[in-house]
Design a protein around this ligand. Structure first.
Ligand code: PTJ
Length: 243
């Protein structure tokens, strides 16, 4: 039992969720390691949403609102940590939700779909086809979902598919605490923030952004700015860490 007054309560709850979901097989064992890397970067960034990450989240909301076919791609870690936040963002943005896994088994797809549906999300179903130019199972997707979307949110992604999706002409929004990852670097818009914080902020912006504001944000964003700002924030945070 983690006491609510523990200074790192939220982080410990997230770790507990990942551990429980790994025991059930929802999170891949490799996902436990991926979570640890995320935790380390969150520590470096100060376990808070930076100003530039907030701007990235606002821009991501604008991209969702302006998209024709926005999709959220959900893996095991994302479902375990933020099924409710995914459902809320879906309600606020109208984006579709599709399960896409690196360590894919039909059993995991079923469990993750169930977890998302229990949280209130509407999950796309149908015949998964090998439609993405990749040699692993992340290639499997739905023709009317990820394959035909124009804007896609990829939380906690691996670099390969991110690059493939960008090469297919899609606008790819990544959520990844590591600004040095290939995913963050190759995405159209990197959100360098913790998953549940990022999703909650995107939902708020989807509810409040005006059409004009959304149009302006979509017209003028720059991947490099968000990467550089995150690295600067980490350096600054580290240089004050022992004060
Ligand atoms: O469920 P599956 O089978 O699709 O597998 C999912 C994992 C996460 C195992 C798979 O996509 C993977 O191996 O991912 P990577 O290449 O380890 O990348 C995950 C990235 O997410 C890393 O750069 C982490 O720093 C980052 N990350 C981890 N937890 C969080 C995070 N970023 C934001 N919020 C987090 N909570």
């Amino acid at each position: 039992m983690i006491p609510k007054d523990h200074p790192r309560y939220k982080s410990l709850i997230r770790r507990e969720r990942i551990a429980d979901a790994a025991l059930k097989g929802i999170v891949a064992m490799e996902g436990v390691g991926a979570h640890g890397r995320g935790e380390a970067f969150d520590y470096l960034i100060g376990e808070k949403t930076t100003d530039s990450a907030l701007l990235a989240e606002k821009t991501a909301a604008a991209l969702f609102l302006k998209a024709k076919n926005p999709v959220m791609s959900v893996n095991g870690n994302t479902a375990a940590l933020a099924a409710e936040e995914i459902a809320e963002l879906q309600r606020a943005s109208g984006a579709a939700v599709e399960v896409n896994l690196f360590h894919r088994t039909e059993e995991r797809v079923r469990m993750i779909t169930e977890l998302l549906e229990d949280a209130g999300a509407d999950v796309l179903k149908g015949e998964f086809e090998r439609l993405l130019p990749l040699s692993h199972d992340r290639a499997l997707c739905l023709r009317d979902g990820i394959y035909s979307c124009d804007v896609i949110l990829v939380p906690l992604e691996d670099g390969d598919r991110c690059e493939a999706l960008v090469n297919m002409g899609k606008t790819v929004i990544a959520i990844d605490l590591n600004p040095l990852s290939r995913t963050a670097k190759t995405s159209s818009l990197p959100i360098i923030d913790e998953l549940s914080r990022a999703l909650a902020n995107m939902t708020e912006f989807c509810k409040t952004l005006s059409d004009d504001e959304a149009e302006q944000l979509v017209a003028g964003y720059n991947n490099r700015y968000f990467l550089e700002s995150a690295v600067k924030d980490i350096v600054e945070n580290l240089s004050n860490a022992l004060d």
